[in-house]
Structures are given as C-alpha cells and as structure tokens.
Design a binder for this molecule. Structure first.
Ligand code: NAD
Ligand code: ZN
Length: 249
C-alpha cells in the first residue's frame, strides 16, 4: 500500500477528523514559513510581547514591519492544501482545523469561521489589548503615517495586531477549544508544522493519548513523527492534489 493509499484508508475509516496546520500549508500560497531556509526568522528577530508593551520604539518597529516592509502574511490566495481540507469538511469528515497560522487562508478557502480555531490569532486585523475593540489595518495605517503611537479610540489602550507574540499569553478559550477537538477526534492530520512551538505542539500529542490516529504531512521530520500512524515527508501540494483526485472532487 502506498502512503497516499494508507492516508485515504485512514480518512475512510474516520468519522471525526481534526486538522492541525502550521506555516507549511501556506508556503505554496507564497507566504514564507518561519523556520525553512529564507523563512521569516532567518531575516528578522521576533518582537517580544513585553518589549512591544514597554517601548514605543518597538511598537513603531512592529507597525513598520506591517506597513513599510509589508511582511507577506496577508493578501495571498488559498492553495490545494487548504482546498483539500475544505473538501474533507464538505464530505462531512472534517470537524475543525486547529491552526497556528495567522493568515486567514482557511476561512478564505471556504471553511466556516467557527470551524477554524486560530490559536495564534489573526494577522489580518488588530485589536486593543485592554478592551479588545477590533481595528482594521487600513484604518490604522494613516495614524502610523502621522508618526503617532497607535492607541484605542475608546479606552486609550495599546493596539496590537491580533496575533499572539512570543511572551504573550495564549488565548485560553481557543486553547480549550483546541484541546476539546483533539480529545474528540478519531483522526488528527498535521499539515505543515515543525511541531516545535509549544504549547501548540501538545495538541497532536493529546489526540494520540486519547486514542486518535495521527497522520503527519510535512516536508521534514518532526519531534512527534514517532507517535504517528503515518508520516509523509513530501510536498503538501502534491499530496493534497493526489488526495483530492482519489476522493473524486
Ligand atoms: P514552521 O516554520 O516552524 O514549520 C513549517 C514546516 O512546514 C517546516 O517543517 C517545513 O519543512 C514545512 N513545510 C513548508 N512548506 C512545505 C510544503 N510546501 N510541503 C511540506 N512541508 C512544508 O511553522 P509552524 O510549525 O507553523 O510554527 C511557526 C509559527 O509561525 C506558528 O506559530 C505560526 O503562528 C507562525 N507563522 C504563521 C504563518 C502563517 O500564518 N502563514 C507564517 C509564518 C509563521
Ligand atoms: Zn480599547
């Protein structure tokens, strides 16, 4: 049996799939991941949450990365990997996608917002850290261009892109939702994650501990490969295309 056939058989016998995706599912949409050669961390240091809060200069640097350097996280189109998940959802197999991605491409590909659990937030908008009021990036850019500190119009709180930075607390409700989904699923499919960022990488392990099968589709080995029922070290686009063909979409 080929790996694709094995993957199909696991999908066939499952009733309740949860996917866990990372930056690798979006590289074929032109969004670089963090750890591959040429990835974001090879070019710039992450800004830590405490530094963002403490320093106006750091906030300016963060907004400059968004508005001047246009770090490519938004404006991309979903690819075959995203579409394969939409297909699994339409045929009633996929319950939810737990994603570390912040690019919004799962929703853009056609999944319902309620079925996408964004444990690291969303880069396509911003929010006040005190009152949670939502702000669109387009709304904030003119304030940045005027050289002002970007503050909440309602409460004066610091506004930050709605992603979770290093050193920032994980959103508790999203993590609880993700853990519930990991416990409830009978098959967890990891796509495009190095599985080294914690606590996110605990999610697939929790699924195996509660008797779900685990498939890992990633170009490179991950620390959880030994726990998986099937590991495919290949390109996500290639495997997704083959899956879609076999599933008759
Ligand atoms: P990562 O960069 O640590 O790992 C990505 C993995 O995907 C790598 O192991 C790489 O080998 C693999 N990969 C890349 N392209 C692939 C392809 N076409 N086919 C098969 N495998 C491929 O990413 P991570 O595990 O998601 O952790 C990084 C953190 O970075 C996350 O917390 C996430 O929030 C953030 N991030 C998000 C985006 C995004 O939203 N698109 C982009 C960069 C980083
Ligand atoms: Zn506010």
């Amino acid at each position: 049996m080929s790996k694709i056939e094995h993957f199909l058989a696991l999908i066939e016998e499952s009733r309740n799939i949860a996917a866990f995706t990372g930056a690798g599912i979006s590289t074929e949409s032109g969004i670089p991941d963090f750890r591959s050669p040429g990835g974001v961390w090879t070019k710039m240091q992450p800004i830590l949450f405490d530094d963002f809060i403490a320093s106006r200069a750091m906030r300016d640097e963060a907004w400059s990365r968004i508005f001047d350097k246009k770090t490519k996280l938004t404006g991309a189109a979903p690819n075959t990997g995203h579409k394969a998940l939409v297909h699994l959802s339409r045929i009633g197999k996929l319950d939810c996608v737990i994603t570390q991605n912040v690019d919004g491409l799962h929703q853009l590909s056609g999944l319902n917002d309620k079925d996408v659990i964004e444990i690291h937030g969303n880069a396509t908008y911003a929010a006040c850290l005190d009152c949670s009021a939502r702000y669109e990036l387009d709304q904030l850019e003119p304030i940045y261009r005027l050289g002002k500190d970007i503050r909440c119009a309602d409460c004066g709180g610091i506004i930050k892109r709605a992603t979770i930075s290093f050193g920032q607390a994980m959103p508790e409700d999203k993590m609880e939702h993700a853990v519930r989904a990991a416990v409830a699923c009978d098959l967890m499919i990891v796509i495009g994650s190095s599985l080294v960022v914690y606590p996110a990488a605990d999610i697939p392990r929790i699924a195996t501990e509660t008797n779900a099968k685990l498939v890992i589709l990633n170009r490179e080995p991950t620390p959880l490969d030994g726990l998986a029922d099937l590991v495919i070290h290949d390109e996500i686009g290639f495997v997704s295309e083959a899956l879609l063909k076999s599933l008759g979409s």
